[in-house]
Design a binder for this molecule. Structure first.
Ligand code: NAD
Ligand code: GLY
Length: 349
C-alpha cells in the first residue's frame, strides 16, 4: 500500500491501494478509536459499494448507519445538508463518533461540511470513488455546499482524518466522469509535472486505467505539496485553479447542465494557453485534451463569459487572478484588473 502524509494543521494520511475498500474498516480503526460512524453516500455509489464498506466496518467492530441521497450536483445544497444533520441526530451520533464520505466530490464536499459544522465539528474519513475526488477534492480540506447565489459559496476548511483511495472503484465510472477527472490530471501536469503530462499524453481514455495508480499517486503528491505550502488558499494554492476561471464561466454559461466541470476546465486551460502561450504549446495541450474526449474551446462568446469570470471567488474587488503555464510544469499567477483581463481575453474572440 502506498501512503502520502499530508502535513496540514491537522495532519493525516492518504492510503492508495487497489482493493482497499474491503479493508477500510481495519484501516480506519488504525486511526480513529470510536466504534460508531455514519456513512454518507449517493444512490449510484451506494448501490455499487456500500455493502463492501458496511461489511468491512462491521468486521472491524464499527457500528455504522448509512444515509443515501440522490446523485448529482443538484443535491449538494442546504436541503440535503439539513437532512444529513437530522439523520445524525436521529442516529445519536456524538462528538467522538465520525462520518465517512463514500462517493465523488459531491458526497465528499457535503459530508466534509457536515463534519465541520455538526456539534461544532466531528472527525470524518474520505473514501473517494471518482477520479476527480481521488486526485483533487478528497485532499486539502475544502468542503462546501452550493446556494442559489453560486456553487461552493458556503463552506469551511476541514481536513479529513484519513483518505482511502481504491482505484478499482474507478473501473465502474462512466467515460464522461473519467474524462472529467482526466481534465484535473492534465492540469496537474501543466502546473507542476512535465513527466506526468508526458505519461498522460501517451495514453487516452481507452487505456489510461493501465497507469491509473501512478497517476493518482503523482497527482495527490502534487496536491500535498501545494496545500502544505498554502492550506488556507491565500496564494500558491491558486495554481490549482489553472483553467478554472474560464472553466467555471463556461459551466455557468451552460447553466451547469450537459456540461461537466472537467469539460469546463479543459476548455478553460486551452483558451488561456492559446491566448498567452506559444502556438506549439497550445497545440500540444489541445491534442492531449482531445485524447480524453474533452473540449478545447467553448462555443460561448468571450463577451458572454467575462461577466461570469468577474463573479469568480478568486476576484477581489476589481482585480482577478488567473493562471498561465508558459512551459509545461510551470505555473504563474497573474493578478490584473478585471477590465485588463477582459481586454486580453477579447483578443482571442
Ligand atoms: P460527483 O460526486 O457528482 O460524481 C459524479 C457521478 O459519478 C455521480 O453521478 C456519482 O454517483 C457517480 N459515481 C461516483 N463514483 C462512481 C463510481 N465509482 N462508479 C460509478 N459511478 C460513480 O462528481 P465529482 O466529479 O466526483 O465531483 C464534483 C464535485 O466536486 C463538485 O461539486 C465540485 O465543486 C467538487 N470539487 C471539490 C473540490 C474540493 O477541493 N473540495 C475540488 C474539485 C471539485
Ligand atoms: N481544488 C482546488 C483546491 O483544492 O484548492
Amino acid at each position: 500500500m502506498k501512503s502520502i502524509h499530508i502535513g496540514t494543521s491537522a495532519p493525516y494520511d492518504v492510503l492508495i491501494e487497489r482493493g482497499s475498500l474491503k479493508n477500510s474498516g481495519s484501516l480506519i480503526s488504525g486511526v480513529l478509536s470510536s466504534k460508531r460512524a455514519a456513512v454518507i453516500t449517493d444512490d449510484t455509489v451506494g448501490s455499487l459499494y456500500s455493502e463492501t464498506l458496511m461489511n468491512s466496518l462491521s468486521e472491524a467492530g464499527i457500528r455504522a448507519s448509512i444515509f443515501t441521497f440522490s446523485h448529482g450536483e443538484q443535491s449538494k445544497n442546504l436541503s440535503t445538508l439539513g437532512k444529513i444533520y437530522d439523520f445524525l441526530c436521529d442516529e445519536g451520533i456524538t462528538r467522538s463518533d465520525f462520518l465517512i464520505a463514500l462517493g465523488g466530490g459531491v458526497v465528499g464536499d457535503i459530508t466534509g461540511f457536515a463534519a465541520a459544522t455538526f456539534l461544532r465539528g466531528i472527525q470524518f474519513v474520505q473514501i473517494p470513488t471518482t477520479l476527480l475526488a481521488q486526485v483533487d477534492s478528497s485532499v486539502g480540506g475544502k468542503t462546501a455546499v452550493d446556494i442559489a447565489g453560486g456553487k461552493n459559496l458556503v463552506g469551511a476548511f476541514k481536513q479529513p482524518a484519513l483518505v482511502i483511495c481504491d482505484s478499482d472503484t474507478l473501473r465502474t465510472l462512466p467515460d464522461e466522469e473519467l474524462a472529467c477527472g482526466m481534465a484535473e490530471v492534465i492540469k496537474y501536469g501543466m502546473i507542476r509535472d512535465k513527466a506526468l503530462f508526458e505519461l498522460v499524453e501517451k495514453h487516452d481514455l481507452s487505456d489510461v486505467h493501465e497507469v491509473m495508480d501512478e497517476i493518482v499517486h503523482t497527482c495527490i503528491d502534487i496536491k500535498r505539496s501545494v496545500v502544505e505550502n498554502d492550506e488556507f488558499d491565500k496564494g500558491e494554492r491558486m495554481i490549482l485553479n489553472f483553467g478554472h476561471t474560464l472553466g467555471h464561466a463556461v459551466e455557468g454559461w451552460h447553466n451547469y447542465t450537459n456540461y461537466t466541470h472537467g469539460m469546463g476546465v479543459a476548455a478553460g486551460m486551452c483558451m488561456i494557453t492559446r491566448n498567452f502561450c506559444s502556438a506549439e504549446l497550445a497545440a500540444r495541450l489541445e491534442k492531449c485534451v482531445e485524447a480524453y474526449k474533452l473540449p478545447t474551446f467553448s462555443e460561448a462568446p468571450m463577451s458572454e463569459l467575462l461577466p461570469y469570470c468577474s463573479k469568480d471567488k478568486k476576484c477581489e474587488s476589481d482585480s482577478i487572478s488567473y493562471i498561465v503555464c508558459e512551459e509545461i510544469g510551470k505555473a504563474e499567477i497573474r493578478k490584473v484588473p478585471v477590465a485588463v483581463f477582459a481586454k486580453l481575453m477579447l483578443e482571442e474572440d
